[in-house]
Design a protein around this ligand. Structure first.
Ligand code: HXC
Length: 517
C-alpha cells in the first residue's frame, strides 16, 4: 500500500507555482536591488525548520477589471507560524511581486485568520509590510479588508505583542495597521510610509515636497515618532524584531523571558561615581550610566532618534527583564516636553501591559518652559506620564539621581505615583522648584531692597539649597526608601526587583481609565 504518486506530483507542482510568487523576473529584480522576497524574510526571522506556512494555495477571487484570467499566488501575502528563539510567533509578509503586495479580500482574510489564531493561542504577531495598499480593482472589498485588520489590531492590543516592519511602500490608510501595533521597525532602504504622498500634497495644498521629506524612515523615527527603530536593511530589521521578542512575553498573562541569575550580584560599581559631574548644573549623558546597570551592558533603546531628552528601552538586571525610563540631562537639560512625555507614556503603558517591571532614573529640572509648549498642550501631554505611571501595576522602582523638581518629580514616578521603592543618590535634590526660581518668588522684595541685590540673592539661594538640595529632607519625611551610594545602584535595583516581582496589585474593576490623549 502506498499513496498514488500522482497526488504527490500534483502537490509538488502546486507548491512550485506558489513559490514562484509573482514570477522569476520579479523575484530576480528584487534580488538585484538587494531586497529579500516575502518568504525569505520569514525564513530569516524564524529558527531553522520551524516555519509552517498557512494558505500557500490561496488566490484572489476578484471578477472584473481583467483579473479573471490572472493568478495571484498566495494573493500577495505569505502567512504562517514559526519559532523565534524557541518561542512561537505568528507572522505575515506581504509579497510585492504579486500585484504589488496589494490587499484584496483573500489577502485580508489570510492576515485576519492568522491574527485570530494568534489571539486564541496567545502568541505575538509580526507583520512585514511591503504593499501598494488597497487593491484598487477590488474596491470596497479591499477597504473592508483593511477595516477587518485594524479591528483585530485593536483586539490584539495588550493581549499579544504586535510588531510591524515597514520594508517597502506602506501607503494611505494602510499605514494605520502598523500604527496600531506596539512597535514599528522601518528600513532605510526601499521603505516609505505616508497618508498623503507628494502628489496628493501638491494637488491639495500646492506644496512641493519629496517622498523622503514625507515618509522616510528617518523622518518617522526622529520627527514624528511613528517609528521606534530604523533598520539599515531587511536583515537588520529582522534582527531588531528578534531582539525585541527576547524581552517580550508571549502574551499578556505570561511573564517576560526573565533569566534570573542564581545569586543577586551586590558588587559595588565605583565607576558610576565618576560619571556624575561635581557641578550640579552640568549635564551628564545618562546613556553612559544605563549600560552599567543592565547585564552585559545590553540595552535595547526604543525610540532612540525621537525626543532624545528622555531615554527608554529594555535590558535585564541580574536576569530580570526591565523597562528603563531615564531623563537625559545631556539633551534639553532633561526637561519633559510634549514629545518626550508622549514617548515615555507610551513606553510605560507597553511595559505595564506586558508585565515588564519599570525602572525610572530621575534627573529633571521640570517641564520645558515656553510658549510653544504651553500652546502645544504640555498640560495634556505631560498628564499622560502621570496617568501612565499611576495606572501601571507592574513593579515600579525609582532612582532619584539629581534634580527632581516640581510636577516633573511626580511625573517621573515618585512614591506618591505608586513607586514601590524610591532610592536617592546623595546628589538628589527634591524640591518644588529650583533654588534660583524659588528665591525670586519668595524674596523678590527683599532682594530688590538690598544694597547688593546679587549678593542677597546668592545668600538666599545658598540657604534654599542647604535646605532642599539634598535628599535628606525628603528622607526624614519617609518619602524615599533609602539614600544610597551611586556605586550600589545596580545591586540595590537587582535586589528590589527580586523582592517586588511577586507584586500583585488589584484595582476596582472598570471598563478602562480615560487617559488624556
Ligand atoms: C492594485 C497595484 C497596487 C494597488 C501596485 N499595484 N499598487 N495593483 N492595487 N494598490 C501593482 C501595479 O499595477 C504593478 O502591477 C505592481 O503592483 C507593481 O507596482 P509598480 O507601480 O510597478 O511598482 P513601483 O513602481 O515600485 O511603485 C510602487 C507604488 C505604486 C509606489 C506602491 O505601485 C503605487 O503608487 N501604487 C498605488 C498606491 C496607492 O495609491 N494605493 C492605494 C492607497 S489608498 P504589474 O501588473 O504591472 O506588475 C489605500 C486605501 C486604504 O490604500 C484605506 C484603508 C483604510
Amino acid at each position: 500500500m502506498a499513496i498514488a504518486p500522482i497526488h504527490l506530483k500534483k502537490l509538488a507542482e502546486r507548491r512550485r507555482v506558489a513559490l514562484a510568487a509573482g514570477g522569476e523576473d520579479k523575484l530576480a529584480a528584487r534580488k538585484a536591488k538587494g531586497l529579500m522576497n516575502a518568504r525569505e524574510r520569514l525564513l530569516a526571522l524564524f529558527d531553522p525548520h520551524t516555519f509552517t506556512e498557512w494558505g500557500m494555495h490561496t488566490d484572489h477571487d476578484c471578477h472584473g477589471f481583467g483579473l479573471e484570467d490572472k493568478s495571484f499566488p498566495g494573493d500577495g501575502v505569505v502567512t504562517g507560524i514559526g519559532y523565534v528563539a524557541g518561542r512561537p510567533v505568528a507572522a505575515f509578509s506581504q509579497d510585492f511581486t504579486v500585484c504589488g503586495g496589494s490587499l484584496g479580500r483573500i489577502h485580508s482574510k489570510k492576515v485576519c485568520d492568522l491574527m485570530d489564531y494568534a489571539m486564541k493561542a496567545g502568541m505575538p504577531i509580526l507583520g512585514i509590510n511591503d504593499s501598494g495598499g488597497a487593491r484598487i480593482q477590488e474596491g470596497d472589498d479591499s477597504l473592508s479588508g483593511y477595516g477587518q485588520v485594524f479591528f483585530r489590531n485593536v483586539l490584539a492590543s495588550g493581549l499579544v505583542p504586535q510588531v510591524s516592519i515597514i520594508a517597502g511602500p506602506c501607503a494611505g490608510g494602510a499605514a494605520y495597521s502598523p500604527a496600531l501595533t506596539d512597535f514599528v521597525i522601518m528600513t532605510k532602504k526601499n521603505a516609505n510610509m505616508f497618508i498623503c504622498g507628494p502628489e496628493v500634497i501638491k494637488a491639495a495644498t500646492g506644496q512641493t515636497v519629496t517622498m523622503d521629506e514625507v515618509g522616510s524612515a528617518m523622518v518617522h523615527a526622529s520627527v514624528n515618532g511613528n517609528v521606534h527603530f530604523v533598520a539599515n536593511d531587511d536583515t537588520h530589521a529582522l534582527e531588531i524584531a528578534k531582539k525585541l521578542f527576547s524581552f517580550l512575553p508571549t502574551n499578556n498573562v505570561m511573564d517576560p523571558p526573565h533569566r534570573p541569575t542564581p545569586t543577586v550580584d551586590l558588587a559595588l560599581d565605583p565607576g558610576i561615581n565618576e560619571l556624575i559631574p561635581a557641578d550640579a548644573k552640568s549635564g551628564f549623558d545618562v546613556l553612559t550610566l544605563i549600560p552599567r546597570l543592565v547585564d552585559g551592558g545590553d540595552f535595547l533603546e526604543v525610540h532612540k532618534e525621537f525626543a532624545k531628552n528622555i531615554v527608554v528601552g529594555f535590558g535585564r538586571i541580574c536576569g530580570i527583564v526591565v523597562g528603563i525610563v531615564a531623563n537625559q540631562p545631556a539633551v534639553k537639560a532633561g526637561t519633559l516636553d510634549i514629545d518626550s512625555s508622549d514617548k515615555a507614556a507610551r513606553f510605560i503603558r507597553t511595559c505595564n501591559v506586558y508585565n515588564i517591571p519599570l525602572v525610572t532614573l530621575v534627573d529633571i529640572p521640570g517641564f520645558m518652559p515656553g510658549l510653544a509648549q504651553e500652546r502645544g498642550g504640555i498640560i495634556r501631554h505631560g498628564a499622560k506620564m502621570l496617568f501612565a505611571y499611576a495606572a501601571s501595576t507592574v513593579p515600579k522602582l525609582t532612582v532619584i539621581m539629581r534634580k527632581a523638581y516640581g510636577g516633573a518629580y511626580l511625573a517621573m514616578c515618585s512614591a506618591d505615583m505608586g513607586a514601590d521603592v524610591v532610592y536617592a543618590w546623595p546628589t538628589a535634590e527634591i524640591a518644588v522648584m529650583g533654588a534660583e526660581g524659588a528665591v525670586k518668588v519668595l524674596f523678590k522684595k527683599e532682594i530688590a531692597a538690598a544694597k547688593d541685590p546679587k549678593a542677597k540673592e546668592a545668600e538666599y539661594v545658598a540657604d534654599y539649597k542647604e535646605k532642599f538640595a539634598s535628599p535628606f529632607a525628603a528622607a526624614r519625611k519617609g518619602m524615599i526608601t533609602d539614600v544610597i551610594d551611586p556605586a550600589q545602584t545596580r545591586g540595590i535595583l537587582a535586589m528590589a526587583l527580586r523582592n517586588t516581582l511577586s507584586k500583585r496589585e488589584t484595582r476596582p474593576p472598570k471598563k478602562h481609565g480615560n487617559m488624556p490623549l
